[in-house]
Design a protein around this ligand. Sequence first.
Ligand SMILES: [Mn+2]
Length: 287
Amino acid sequence: MPRLVELPERGRLLAATDLQGNLRDFRRVVELFEQAAAEPDGAVLVITGDLVHGPEIPASEWPEYLGTFYHADSPTLLREAQELLRRHPGRVHFLLGNHEHAHIGGPVVSKFFTDEAQRLEQLLGAARTREIHKWFDSWPLMAVARRARLLLLHAAPSAQIGSAADLEAISLRPPARAPDQEEVWLLDSVLAGILWSRTATGARARALLRAIDPDLRVAIYGHDVAREGYVIEREPLLCFSTSFGCFDGDKLYLDWDLARRARSARHVARGGLRPLHPSAAPVFRSR
Ligand SMILES: [Mn+2]
């Protein structure tokens, strides 16, 4: 399976970030995608990683900073994600996030459990865990829409690569070394600049876009929480939040015509980001 997905030149691109086990928000994304897919030009869906690992906290102890209450159900979400793939072959793409990577060689992630991957694998059982490992191993790292001039990935684009071919050479598992060297491996790795970075300089981000395709104008990702729905720290960076850490009225998804050439992150944010739950009032974002 290629690590870089080529998106079509027409139809609609729907994109969502960081669901973290939120089944209700995932189902809403699926509903929007299937409506768009039924139109004559069709649609593709890209979810930019961190589909799994969320809170299992009672409503009475729910902290304000996590946004609207939900109880994570990653096992059901994974099953529905696979059913969605089967219904729309070649039209749905799940990009690897650091939370999926934790299952297949990446560093341990601690969010609500000290080892999130271990918690989910406990819920999945051994046989289902093996299936999920095999599936995660096949996930791409980036998706490119050349005509629309967009690159999608999990985290801020700070990896230094020479060309798209470098992505295919990436190993998801650390080289055989002493276990105490694992963190060093990640810091050295080009994967850190795809799965973990929270920001990137404009120069570093543009160099990555250029390495994939000199025409690209915008890098789109999540990983961090943008409580008001999106953040443009600087061009060409567009970070947006579809679910995790947000109140319902602030959650956004991307809907972009693949034949429309993006000029900048600001252009895409203004023209393509839409509320996931239009009837919910925004808390952090002004209308
Ligand atoms: Mn992440």
